[in-house]
Design a binder for this molecule. Structure first.
Ligand code: SF4
Ligand code: FES
Length: 248
């Protein structure tokens, strides 16, 4: 018996019981039993960031982010309500217009968590006026590409580089619309940094912002991650990695 079921503790998520251990966040406990809570900036192997707000749930009637809120025995948590789904759709639309996300021409299409989450929330269009920000593409690294146009500032590469690779190659700087990802290197360019294509940070980007070179479009349509798995399918994001996440 796992320590989660042995604890005898649980909370209700959309009316169904979810076992939990003391110290679990709502998202951790839900994810462990294959219950989907939308998320973009959360990863099971890293501390929560709490920045994308896609994981907002009602916790005993109060809105909280499921990736940072501690689960509590007996709590009543709502996730899939029409109001929360509509709020998430609005957040997704804002993310799409804030960057330059042109899915049909993006080599991450079909393997992108942002795109799959937008489909799952029936986002039919961007709704808001596009910003079309002018952002650079950093192709200076021999094995990796950093396209700032597609970065959603989830901070996953920042945390992975620091906590899993021990390198701190990335950081997030600036505020508001000037917020951006920065690279720790003498020139500020990726090619001048300590990043290796074998780093955990190199394979963690949920969108097409930080990607290995020479593997784009390798998965034919029909065989991409979210062609084969629904984003709300249990553990679909940890399914066999798409080819573009393998090392070249
Ligand atoms: S490059 Fe990717 S992983 Fe890093 S902050 Fe941007 S979207 Fe997140
Ligand atoms: S997944 Fe919780 S705020 Fe992003």
């Amino acid at each position: 018996m796992s320590r989660y079921t042995a604890s005898g503790l649980s909370f209700l998520l959309d009316g169904e019981e979810v076992p939990m251990a003391p110290g679990d966040t709502v998202l951790q406990a839900a994810h462990r039993v294959g219950r989907y809570i939308p998320h973009l900036c959360w990863h099971p192997g890293l501390p929560a960031h709490g920045s994308c707000r896609l994981c907002m749930v009602n916790f005993n009637g109060r809105p909280v982010s499921a990736c940072t809120a501690l689960a509590a025995p007996g709590a009543v948590v709502e996730c899939q309500t029409p109001a929360l789904q509509a709020e998430r759709r609005t957040l997704l639309q804002m993310l799409f217009v804030e960057g330059n996300h042109f899915c049909p021409s993006c080599e991450r299409s079909g393997n992108c968590l942002l795109q799959a989450t937008a489909y799952q929330h029936e986002m039919a269009g961007p709704h808001f006026e596009e910003f079309y920000p002018g952002r650079p593409v950093d192709a200076s690294h021999p094995d990796m590409l950093l396209d700032h146009n597609r970065c959603i500032l989830c901070g996953l590469c920042v945390r992975a580089s620091e906590l899993l690779d021990g390198k701190s190659v990335f950081a997030i700087a600036g505020h508001g619309t000037r917020c951006h990802l920065v690279v720790d290197s003498p020139s500020g360019q990726l090619g001048d940094s300590a990043l290796s294509v074998h780093d955990q940070a190199a394979g963690i980007c949920p969108v097409g912002a930080l990607m290995p070179k020479r593997v784009g479009f390798r998965d034919p349509i029909g065989q991409r991650r979210y062609d084969l798995h629904r984003v709300d399918e249990p553990h679909s994001q940890e399914a066999a990695p798409p080819a573009d996440e393998e090392t070249p």
